[in-house]
Design a protein around this ligand. Structure first.
Ligand SMILES: [Mg+2]
Length: 223
């Protein structure tokens, strides 16, 4: 059983909003920040910039779009303050630990598959007490391959000692997680916490609203 981390186990939105509050005194620019993150994160995942450079450039662009042109040292200071506020706000969703424990009880081997920088994501897992929750942790920044590429899903299966057809991956992104896993031969599960998503017909993936639904889904899948 493989898990995405951000917005699946970790309440990524809450910590991101805390970072925006630190910068602005409010999180009013949420949509703007998300759009900027999508653009900058794509450059990071494509290997065009390293993680820290991506974060600096995002913060620089964020303030520039609001009419404030910052020098390098000011960008660095504000990004440092934002990142510290984000770290202080790292939290698991309420259903994360109960789900991980329930799957352990079923005797399943667990992996995390996450698109991020290695040190950043390992610090997060450690801060949240998840260091030893997984049999394998696969981080794109350490492996040089990111979801939705099938290689990272296949690698997780090898490390867990299972065939892709025996493995399930759950994540909050339909494209990166559920469809990526499906295309790699795993069973893809889309965690649609908002319930607002629309699944294309015949997508060949499962949809759940909460992680608490996962044990029952796996029991059905194993039959
Ligand atoms: Mg995610």
């Amino acid at each position: 059983m493989c898990f995405d981390v951000d917005a699946t186990l970790v309440d990524h939105e809450a910590s991101t909003r805390a970072g925006l509050c630190e910068l602005l005194g409010a999180d009013e620019a949420w949509a703007e920040w998300c759009a900027l993150t999508d653009r900058h994160y794509a450059c990071y995942l494509a290997g065009e910039v390293d993680f820290d450079t991506m974060r600096q450039q995002r913060t620089r662009d964020f303030f520039a779009s609001r009419g404030e042109v910052l020098c390098d040292s000011e960008v660095g200071q504000r990004e440092e303050r934002r990142a510290a506020a984000v770290r202080r706000a790292w939290r698991l969703f309420d259903d994360a630990l109960p789900c991980l424990r329930a799957l352990r009880t079923l005797g399943l081997r667990l992996a995390a598959i996450t698109n991020a920088a290695g040190a950043h994501q390992r610090a997060k897992l450690a801060a949240l007490g998840l260091e030893s929750a997984f049999d394998a942790v696969l981080i794109s920044g350490e492996l040089g391959v990111a979801k939705p590429h099938r290689a990272i899903f296949r690698r997780a299966c090898r490390v867990l000692g299972v065939r892709p057809a025996q493995a399930v991956h759950v994540g909050d992104r339909l494209d990166t997680d559920a469809e990526g896993a499906r295309d790699a031969g795993l069973h893809g599960v889309w965690l649609d916490r908002s319930g607002c998503g629309a699944l294309p017909q015949g997508a060949g993936i499962s949809v759940i609203r909460r992680l608490a639904e996962l044990p029952a889904l796996l029991t059905r899948h194993a039959r």
